[in-house]
Design a protein around this ligand. Structure first.
Ligand code: TYD
Length: 140
């Protein structure tokens, strides 16, 4: 199963332009509790470099572009987000990195929980240990 799950958020376009509505359990597969956005990212800066234990997120590049790398400790996949009507679902314990932010990039992220530093794994080694222990408990 691919790590890259893209939602079609359905742009409502007419001759005035475009509009996208994001709605809990309609086009977003969880209760939206938090929205944050990343912008003015300096040239050459990469972000992320963490996994979450429980958090579910959908990332939408509402302007510009950036490249996501998702890694479940077993395989690594990447995708460039550049369409404001496409949402990348990030759930499960997945290491994420964001690279190649365009100068105009505004990356909006919807999350199913409030910010909680205890939900983060910020060390790649700890992440690998966590997922390999979990895999051996599950027997797969
Ligand atoms: P950080 O996790 O480093 O961002 P990224 O994953 O994009 O590299 O977050 C930057 C700072 O912002 C850090 O001090 C935590 C804080 N923060 C919040 O207070 N609330 C939030 O919702 C998020 C995502 C981060």
């Amino acid at each position: 199963m691919s790590l890259i799950k893209i939602l079609d958020l359905q742009s409502l376009g007419d001759d005035r332009g475009s509009l996208v509505a994001l709605e809990t359990h309609r086009n977003i597969p969880f209760d939206i509790k938090r929205v944050y956005y990343i912008f003015d990212t300096r040239n050459g800066v990469s972000r992320g470099f963490h996994a979450h234990l429980e958090l579910k997120q959908v990332a939408v590049c509402v302007r510009g572009s950036c490249r996501f790398v998702l890694d479940d400790g077993h395989c690594k996949e990447e995708v460039v987000l550049r369409e404001p009507d496409k949402g990348l679902v990030i759930d499960g314990v997945v290491w994420r990195e964001m690279h190649d932010f365009s100068e105009d990039c505004i990356l909006m992220v919807l999350a199913d929980e409030y910010y909680d530093e205890n939900d983060y794994i910020r060390s790649y080694d700890e992440f690998l240990t966590y997922v390999s222990e979990r895999r051996s408990i599950k027997g797969g």
